[in-house]
Design a protein around this ligand. Structure first.
Ligand SMILES: [Zn+2]
Length: 107
């Protein structure tokens, strides 16, 4: 993860022209988690490429809009929500949280 947010596994920059992914995290992500994160970031690219207002004025609304777009494409974020919960609430490392999610059957 990067330092700018608690769960920054990926970033879109340069007005949607550059995508960066945290290799350390993606090494341990099951496909379902990696696919959601990639879809979510591509939704931000889609927002910028189509020139639409990204779902609202705040960063939270922008994120919600990106999630709606990714859901519309058929991706599921249940495992990622559980991952973030385990990291935040249980203070688990990414690797331990992933192991728990796999054990719990989310992926
Ligand atoms: Zn986002």
């Amino acid at each position: 993860m990067w330092g700018d947010t608690a769960f920054s596994f990926a970033q879109v920059g340069s007005n949607g022209m550059v995508l960066r992914f945290s290799a350390d995290d993606f090494m341990v992500f099951p496909n379902k988690i990696a696919q959601w994160i990639i879809a979510h970031e591509l939704a931000h690219v889609f927002q910028k490429a189509t020139g639409r207002l990204p779902g609202g004025q705040s960063e939270g609304e922008n994120e919600d809009d990106a999630n709606r777009i990714a859901h519309g494409w058929g991706f599921d974020n249940t495992a990622v929500l559980m991952l973030k919960l385990l990291i935040q609430e249980r203070q688990l490392s990414v690797e331990k949280a992933v192991r728990k999610i796999v054990k719990m059957g989310f992926v």
